[in-house]
Design a binder for this molecule. Structure first.
Ligand SMILES: [Zn+2]
Length: 131
């Protein structure tokens, strides 16, 4: 692997911890708030769109890294910006998913697959402990 590409990958690794922090904070913020009730369908579309945007950014980053490998000058600021955008979008996705999870009233038994009430302590079919 070239030195340039290796450097870029090292930089990307340095921000890894920040990304994880962001997602956890976003998830916590929503479960605490829980007041803003956005329609479930709307949220699913938002997650879908965000995932597409992340895919596009991933592709652009891949292209930048490949160009670096071919010897082209790398716009590191642009690369870091794209990485930050992905972090942000993943945090938004985590937030949306946490909100969806919080609204669920059913849970699935890990043993028999039966849909049980979220408040059930044990599965009504097989008796597996649910919580
Ligand atoms: Zn069960």
């Amino acid at each position: 692997m070239d030195e340039k590409v290796r450097e870029l990958l090292e930089k990307a690794k340095l921000t890894a911890g920040l990304a994880a922090d962001g997602a956890v904070k976003a998830a916590g913020a929503v479960s605490q708030k829980g007041t803003q009730l956005v329609e479930k369908t709307k949220r699913s579309f938002q997650v879908f769109d965000l995932n597409n945007e992340v895919e596009l950014l991933m592709r652009e980053i891949g292209r930048m890294i490949y160009l670096t490998h071919t010897g082209a000058e790398t716009d590191e600021a642009a690369l870091e910006e794209k990485l930050a955008q992905i972090d942000e979008k993943y945090a938004q996705i985590a937030e949306l998913k946490a909100a969806q999870e919080a609204e669920k009233t059913t849970t699935v038994c890990p043993v028999c697959g039966k849909a049980c009430d979220k408040n059930d302590l044990y599965c009504r079919i097989c008796g597996e402990k649910l919580q």
